[in-house]
Design a binder for this molecule. Structure first.
Ligand SMILES: O=C(O)[C@@H](CO)OP(=O)(O)O
Length: 206
């Protein structure tokens, strides 16, 4: 039996383009982001996967990406669950600020720690560890069961909520997850073993 899980970060958002901390704010995709999402759909279509269920966050950029992928693969009516457990890491007080302005104000090093450290949260926001504390149980109780039943599962979410998920899925250490960057609109296909560990990982880049 195939146990297939596909993770995809949303296409470029308006605030990715403007270089703003986004978190739980809700910008839509740019035209480039729309293209990235459609291209992701085309790459998945070429694999001829019939998905059984999709999961996404409550944020527009992830839902829009999912909608475009589902159109491309010819499954626009796929049952979809939306949950804020999959939302982007909450950037707290940094939300809406320009990333270069933040570096000028607080310094390169501090901003890097806020963006990529495992357990240091930006002021008023979540660390990756905090994000994992909501993503991991959601994965275990909601996403993993259909995968293990053989339904192919598609998850459209965000850079840091997916980094948290990947950390658990691949058993990465806090040091290893620091270096993991996810491209917008690039699906990652996992095939799982019967014991839920990863048998195979493919990054579906154009
Ligand atoms: O702004 C955000 O919410 C995220 C993702 O775009 O940014 P970062 O690259 O700092 O994790």
């Amino acid at each position: 039996m195939d146990r297939i899980l596909v993770l995809v970060r949303h296409g470029q958002s308006d605030w990715n383009l403007k270089n703003l901390f986004t978190g739980w704010r809700d910008p839509d995709l740019t035209p480039k982001g729309v293209e990235e999402a459609r291209a992701a759909g085309k790459r998945l279509k070429a694999l001829d996967l019939q998905f059984g269920i999709a999961f996404t966050s409550v944020l527009t950029r992830a839902q829009h990406t999912l909608k475009l992928i589902l159109e491309e693969i010819g499954q626009p009516e796929l049952p979809t669950v939306r949950d804020l457990a999959l939302n982007e890491r909450d950037y707290g007080d940094l939300s809406g600020l320009n990333k270069d302005d933040a570096r000028a104000k607080w310094g390169e090093e501090q901003v890097h720690v806020w963006r990529r450290s495992y357990d240091i949260a930006p002021p008023g926001g979540e660390s990756l560890k905090d994000t994992g504390a909501r993503v991991w149980p959601y994965y275990l109780f909601n996403i993993l069961p259909p995968v293990m039943r053989g339904e192919k599962v598609l998850v459209a979410a965000h850079g840091n909520s997916l980094r948290a998920l990947i950390m658990a899925l691949e058993g990465l250490t806090p040091e290893e997850i620091l270096k993991q960057e996810l491209d917008t609109g690039v699906p990652i296909l996992y095939r799982l073993n019967a014991d839920t560990t990863v048998a195979e990982k493919k990054v579906l880049k154009g």
